[in-house]
Design a protein around this ligand. Structure first.
Ligand code: LRH
Ligand code: MN
Length: 424
């Protein structure tokens, strides 16, 4: 369901005067302003196909109404998000939750919506009904070669689905690990996992990337076989130039310095991309920037500094993806807030006076270093983000327009299938 163009124009019209007032101070520094607008307009965040319905926990799930019951309806929802904010021009699929019946039809629907297919995700953390062997004790780490082969074959099939849709990368997150001391030989588990990843890597098309996603715990609670950035980097270095690490913000132990991890992975040329979300305790998959927006800003500060140092193209050289789960919010509202938080953190990072900061670091002027960073973080950059959206044809205030247009009620009206969205 897309909104009428006039609806967006009318929404912007009523807000235009106020917008011009609040954006004017930024416009005065014209050069940097125009550069930032250009970078923001290009910046597209991939929406996870598994987060367009209500998520849950082991304690319960409270499904919302009008949720997408098919891949076609998921694409419609991403199309609407992209129409509203013009920064959601990609979707990341999870296989087998989103196997397209007709890849060509899905591809043309996505094209019509201005949506491209970002990384495809494999799934060897659940047993499917028609599956021969169980992943209870892991997949690529498994002691049984037949189970490992089954997992390798699945990942190769996921690459085939991705190729049919025009995707250019595979994300491998392994839930493999152990729950008790003594359960696993860590060295053998690593070597078996590496062998499996090498077979999958060998099936990658020449222009593809493989993202190795790490996670500190859950569903295993003693060790994970890709448990932190060091292990993921080790795999990526041993696999080859098409392998990279993927940083899911919720996959770290408490108080980990994620921005330093990002800086070093970028320095090594082994940072592949992100699963953005936020968390207070574990892998909470909360709205981006809802708990720790300063950490998100510091991560983007390291990204801008590191990408510029390597002459990287901000919008296309890394994978920008959200990975969230919505237990109490409308999924589309949650995703609109997440994309906004990402664009705000990126814009604040672009405002950092890098030259002055570098000079202050040279002087060990610690207080000035903090002042320079927080000057940018304390700047309300929402008018700049809104200006970029306005120029791209989006809404000045996407969440407000989503609500004013009663989209959820309309979706509830014509999605009476009651079919629940596949995903977590
Ligand atoms: C694991 C994870 C992974 C996905 C899954 C949906 O926690 O972050 O990226 O496959 O969530
Ligand atoms: Mn993730």
């Amino acid at each position: 369901m897309l909104l009428e163009k006039d609806t967006i124009l009318a929404h912007n019209e009523t807000r235009m005067h106020r917008h011009h007032q609040v954006v004017a101070p930024f416009r005065d520094n014209f050069e940097k302003f125009e550069k930032i607008i250009e970078l923001l307009t290009r910046f597209q965040v991939a929406i996870p196909s598994w987060a367009l319905g209500t998520g849950g926990t082991r304690f319960g799930r409270f499904p919302g109404k009008g949720e997408p019951g098919s891949l076609e309806e998921k694409l419609e929802d991403v199309g609407l998000l992209h129409q509203l904010n013009c920064n959601s021009g990609a979707i990341s699929l999870h296989i087998p939750w989103d196997i397209p019946e007709s890849p060509d039809r899905i591809r043309s629907q996505a094209e019509a919506l201005g949506i491209r297919f970002d990384a495809v995700n494999s799934n060897t953390f659940q047993d499917q009904a028609d599956q021969a062997l169980s992943y209870k004790f892991g997949s690529l780490q498994h002691v049984d070669k037949a189970v490992r082969q089954q997992a390798i074959q699945h990942n190769i099939e996921v690459i085939e689905h991705g190729k049919a849709l025009g995707s250019k990368s595979l994300t491998v997150w392994l839930s493999d690990g152990s729950c008790f001391p003594g359960q696993l030989n860590f060295r053998k588990a690593f070597q078996r996992t590496l062998e499996g990843l090498q077979e999958i890597y060998a099936s990658l098309p020449a222009d593809w990337k493989m993202f190795v996603e790490y996670k500190a715990f859950e569903p295993n609670f003693y060790s994970m076989s890709v448990g932190d950035w060091g292990q993921s980097l080790l795999y990526a270095q041993k696999l080859g130039p098409k392998a990279f690490t993927l940083v899911d913000l919720g996959h770290h132990l408490p108080n980990a310095n994620i921005e330093q991890i990002v800086s070093l992975l970028l320095m090594e040329g082994k940072l592949g991309g992100f699963h953005f979300n936020d968390s207070k305790y574990g892998d909470d998959d909360l709205t981006v920037g809802s708990i720790n927006p300063y950490q998100l800003f510091l991560i983007f500060h390291e990204l801008v500094e590191g990408m510029n140092a390597r002459g990287m193209h901000h919008a296309t050289d890394l994978g920008w993806m959200i990975d969230a789960s919505h237990n109490v919010k409308d999924p589309l509202e949650d995703l609109l807030q997440s994309v906004e938080a990402i664009l705000i953190a990126y814009t604040q990072a672009l405002l950092v006076d890098a030259e002055a900061l570098s000079a202050a670091q040279q002087q060990n002027d610690v207080a000035l270093c903090q002042e320079l960073l927080q000057e940018a973080f304390r700047t309300d950059v929402r008018p700049i983000v809104a200006e970029a959206r306005l120029r791209a044809g989006g809404a000045l205030q996407p969440l407000q327009l989503y609500r004013e247009s009663n989209v959820r009620r309309a979706l509830t009206g014509h999605r009476r299938s009651g079919k629940l969205a596949t995903g977590l």
